[in-house]
Write a protein that binds this ligand. Structure first.
Ligand SMILES: C[S@@+](CC[C@H](N)C(=O)[O-])C[C@H]1O[C@@H](n2cnc3c(N)ncnc32)[C@H](O)[C@@H]1O
Length: 282
């Protein structure tokens, strides 16, 4: 076997074992680029082959995982899910459970934080619209330790983020603005206010683990969006089934635009685009 091909096969096997992520065959150039970057970032003295041997032996695991995840996200991505949360889920939850109850939400691949912060802003906007206080909590997890740190810091570039807020959200309520000088250019950074940060707990978790550290029927809402695409169809089905036990009957599962609910389809009712309400246990 060609040497590059052998290296790439080794990476795929390691990555699959550690994360469940399946890299397709057309990713060979991407794999080489990320391996060289990993070698530079870790300042590893030795060949890429040696580095992979070390990873196999348990060294540089986080660095390896972090360099092979794809973290693309933005505020209010697929905003119809946040509209559904505000217009259907929250009013129905309050109607059924009363004001004292806590709306428990889980964001299962939170990347750099834009998705869980969008969930939190949606709750705040619903509070204003309904003119009542909503008790809520959000657990946000990812396997990538770099993006978890980024999310916990909560600092974003405004030029990019400005376009991302739908007109029913007032970002000035949730962010502090800071102008920084960047090689002669002015750049506006926005920092999430503490009130929003306090609504979210960020934790490291691997969706490929055999089980998850939550109670059965713990959550009213689960976001699992644009992460299933990185797994094989069989593993997507397994992950969805594991997540499903932690969703309450009547709770809502949101998945990404190109993802499907696999076997869960028999246990849910469709409530909108890639929006599913749990109607029975598996
Ligand atoms: C493309 S981002 C999606 C972010 C967000 N959910 C969205 O829809 O915008 C995919 C995220 O899944 C995370 N991820 C990949 N494999 C994972 C695993 N096995 N367990 C937990 N998170 C994983 C990556 O680190 C990355 O941050």
């Amino acid at each position: 076997m060609d040497k590059t091909l052998a290296l790439n096969e080794k990476v795929k096997k390691l990555l699959y074992g550690l994360t469940g992520i399946t890299l397709s065959n057309n990713k060979d150039i991407m794999i080489s680029n990320r391996l060289y970057k990993l070698q530079r970032d870790t300042k590893f003295v030795g060949t890429i082959d040696d580095l992979l041997d070390q990873i196999e032996e348990g060294e540089y695991i986080n660095e390896f995982i972090n360099s092979f995840t794809t973290n693309k996200t933005h505020f209010f991505r697929e905003d119809f899910h946040f509209i559904d949360l505000k217009q259907r889920v929250i009013p129905e939850f309050l109607e059924k459970n009363g004001s004292g109850a806590e709306l428990k939400m889980y964001c299962s691949a939170s990347s750099t934080g834009e998705e869980p912060y969008s969930m939190a802003m949606t709750v705040k906007e619903a509070e204003e619209e309904l003119n009542r206080t909503i008790k809520s909590s959000i657990i946000a997890t990812d396997i990538d330790t770099n993006v978890l740190q980024y999310a916990a810091d909560g600092i974003y570039r405004f030029s990019k983020s400005a376009k991302e807020f739908p007109d029913w959200v007032k970002p000035q309520k949730y962010f502090k603005r800071r102008v920084v000088q960047n090689i002669g250019n002015e750049e506006v950074l926005i920092k999430v206010k503490d009130e929003l940060k306090r609504m979210i707990s960020f934790q490291k978790m691997n969706l490929n683990d055999a089980s998850y550290p939550f109670k059965d029927n713990q959550f009213d809402v689960i976001f699992c969006r644009n992460v299933l695409i990185y797994f094989s169809a069989e593993d997507q089905n397994l992950i969805l089934k594991k997540l499903f036990r932690h969703l309450k009957i009547g709770g809502t599962l949101y998945i990404g635009h190109s993802e499907n609910p696999h076997d869960l389809i028999h246990y849910v009712q469709k409530a909108g685009q890639n929006t599913f309400v749990k109607i029975k246990e598996i």
